[in-house]
Design a protein around this ligand. Structure first.
Ligand SMILES: NC(=O)c1ccc[n+]([C@@H]2O[C@H](COP(=O)([O-])OP(=O)(O)OC[C@H]3O[C@@H](n4cnc5c(N)ncnc54)[C@H](O)[C@@H]3O)[C@@H](O)[C@H]2O)c1
Length: 329
């Protein structure tokens, strides 16, 4: 029995990298998958539907169910077509992973309007275009799960990525509001900040210098499976960072709790937003970033030679920090 038996998953940008790993794992866990990918190089120029076709062929060869969609998800028509394919071929839309992305890095003083527009369009508008038809369907059909892909470049910042960081920060904001709007319809929303060695990150000095420190896409996929399956219960509105050196961690971008005080009559009030100085240098550096994260290591070996999986009975119902992970054969 798979964790996603009977579910239908829509994954954008699933012709390679992280999305491909999600599509293959979800299919192995019983989901029927719409594999969307426009194809082409990482700067978003060109198109190549064979990328999505290859992933679908691989899923079918393993006995899974999948259909390829080559639409550009940065348009309303493209987003609608991903949803339409799910309904046409499989009759449902239970899971959406907004994953498609491009990279056009440049320092801010050299930034071009055209690059700004293209990056915002694929990442931020693309998330809107794909989510709206799916959200409407989920609203009328008992709920579902949506994972939006952000990045530490937007949540924390990274040199040379103002366009990308702005789009990824915008996705975090969209997710926060969507989680509130989706709650009463049983629509759960996650924000993901992955860190993996793909074509998008292959030229980062930290991966070139120390390739062993990076997770491959197969090391990220089990955490996304956790997010979209019943293992994560009714959790919603959370940001998970998932990467090699740091494992899985919940990232709390606005740590309101620290400033909250209870008055004598038990009512909650918000104290002054001025941050109190933390005692340790580590805590001080975290508070300068305006948030906090709760870390735990994935207790499985994160290399591509191992099939990763989830120890379901131990993970179920325990909440993410206590979830246990194991390495398969
Ligand atoms: N790899 C990382 O460490 C990392 C870190 C932070 C965020 N991310 C995000 O994760 C997601 C996946 O990235 P990846 O590392 O697998 O890179 P990738 O380049 O391998 O995957 C992105 C995919 O999106 C597709 N795509 C691009 N524009 C599209 C469009 N308009 N319509 C449909 N498909 C389109 C590409 O063809 C590609 O297959 C991206 O959103 C990226 O920004 C990745």
């Amino acid at each position: 029995m798979g964790l996603l038996d009977g579910k239908v998953a829509l994954i954008t940008g699933a012709g390679g990298g992280l999305g491909e790993a999600y599509a293959k794992l979800f299919a192995r866990e019983g989901a029927a998958v719409v594999v969307n990918d426009l194809g082409g190089p990482r700067d978003g120029s060109g198109s190549d539907k064979s990328m999505a076709d290859k992933v679908v062929d691989a899923i079918k060869a393993e006995g899974g169910r999948a259909v390829a969609n080559g639409a550009d998800i940065s348009t309303l028509a493209g987003g609608q077509s991903v949803f339409d394919d799910a309904i046409k071929h499989f009759g449902r839309a239970d899971i959406l992973v907004n994953n498609a992305g491009i990279l056009l890095d440049e320092t801010f003083h050299k930034a071009k309007e055209e690059n700004w527009d293209r990056v915002m369009k694929v990442h931020l508008k693309g998330t809107f275009c794909c989510t709206q038809p799916v959200f409407k369907w989920m609203r009328d059909n008992g709920g579902g799960v949506i994972v939006n892909t952000s990045s530490t470049s937007g949540l924390i910042g990274n040199f040379g990525q103002t366009n990308y960081g702005a789009a990824k920060g915008g996705i975090w904001g969209l997710s926060n509001v969507l989680a509130i709007e989706g709650r009463k319809y049983n629509i759960r929303i996650w924000t993901l900040a992955p860190g993996a060695l793909t074509r998008m990150t292959a030229d980062l000095p930290r991966y070139k210098e120390n390739p062993g420190a990076a997770l491959g896409p197969d090391g990220i996929a089990p955490a996304v499976l956790y997010m979209v399956s019943d293992l994560s219960g009714d959790q919603t509105g959370k940001v998970l960072g998932v990467s090699g050196p740091r494992g899985v961690r919940e990232m709390r971008m606005m740590e309101m709790e620290a400033g909250r005080r209870r008055s004598r009559d038990g009512r909650r009030r918000i104290s002054s937003p001025t941050p109190r100085r933390s005692s340790s240098p580590k805590k001080r550096s975290r508070s300068r970033r305006g948030g906090s994260s709760k870390s735990w290591q994935m207790p499985f070996r994160c290399d591509a030679r191992h099939r990763t999986g989830i120890d379901e009975p131990r993970a179920r119902g325990q909440g993410l920090p206590d979830a246990q992970w194991r390495t398969g054969e």
